[in-house]
Design a protein around this ligand. Sequence first.
Ligand code: GDP
Ligand code: GDP
Length: 436
Amino acid sequence: MLPVITLIGRPNVGKSTLFNRLTRTRDALVADFPGLTRDRQYGVGRIGPGPYILVDTGGIASSAEGIEALMERQVQRAVDEADHLLFLVDTKDGCTPEDVEIAQRLRRLGKPISLVVNKSDTTDPMLAVADFHRLGLGDPWAVSATQGLGVRTLIDHVFGLLPEQEKVAEADDEQSGTKVAVVGRPNAGKSTLINRLLGEERLVAFDSPGTTRDSIFVPFERLGRHYTLIDTAGLRRRARVQDAIEKFSVIKTLQAIEAANVVILVIDAHAGIGEQDATLAGHIIESGRALVVAINKWDGMDTEQRSQVRAQFSRKLGFLDFAKLHLVSALHGSGVGLLLDDVDTAYTNATRDLPTPELTRLLEAAVMEHQPPLVKGRRIKLRYAHQGGRNPPIVVIHGNQTEAVPESYRRYLINRFRKQLDLAGTPLRLEFKSGT
Ligand code: GDP
Ligand code: GDP
């Protein structure tokens, strides 16, 4: 499970700027999926020694709520969820009474905290931190979120303080097989679907208690293949405190997605496709995981309702078109068997070998049919391609002036590779490398 790092601080100190900087390494991928909405409060941080869940508490309260209530909720949230707190202050404002008050509360929590003095680009970094020692939270870290100064050092420091993450009984990959995360908003039917997939006799496996943040891992076997189902819904059935659950489920879902090879996204056809579904879809895209979509509760819907759901899906989640779509009823079991067949296909495609000669041939054909544009009178040259990773497959393209490849051309290449390589079920990522 990934560590959870939480940003705290009053409005305007730069929390969301820092959040974006730490999570944005995936932007290149996200750009390939127009229409994708990105969640502002949770993300997977990729700058640092390893990935981590990043929580921005700043976006939670409406401005009408007032600073008191805002802080209350931020602090509460931090207690519940974080492994480490980053308390942001703003050197331009100096140490404000609000900072002092937040610091007091944070100290009482006994959680590991780093004091981060942001906007240190606006002054001498030594002077920037001077005012903040009196907060009593140790040596302040000077950073600039907009320019990235000090950010990597800060995260390295935080990693040094993180608890040894409890490793989920990591049997070797042969044993655990394909890891499949079942995710979806509350009530979408995840538990019902998982029970179906496992068969009734496995129900008992769920009742092992999970913590608030952790999913339950359930190994099972089908037709001689091994899988591990990652159940994000387990806790819900025990504790029905709606509000608390909502808060926890995002982190848990992110953890599950990161731990999985293939995600099954469960959508409630009765409820329609909402913002939560789109946000989840966004997280899945950013993770690069293979995906199968299950539109659930298909039973008892008439033809018109069904076509409405289909139309809604392609309008709001059209960017998931690489994934196989299944119309299922977890309750009655219809359509459920086919899900795992497509999980297998998606996994196979996501982890396939893509030989260099094949990729290079495809690249040459694509370029022949549709040349990259001229940049300052010189044509962008794309010479050869090789595989740079799996799950998701990454295709690395070497050439000249590749940093100038426009978005439209990038998409053209992606679509072409996707189609010709027949990569159903997995997103594909392109990376460019310039020889000059
Ligand atoms: P939040 O309310 O804490 O999430 O703050 P924002 O991230 O929205 O930032 C508030 C303002 O501070 C924006 O105008 C940012 O551009 C600016 N800002 C954030 N980080 C820096 C920084 O490192 N240096 C400077 N000069 N401005 C920053
Ligand atoms: P979770 O929160 O995603 O785990 O959702 P649950 O599996 O607990 O299901 C939420 C509710 O939806 C329960 O009352 C289920 O009985 C119901 N439900 C789940 N799947 C279906 C289905 O395929 N059709 C119908 N009509 N109801 C379903």
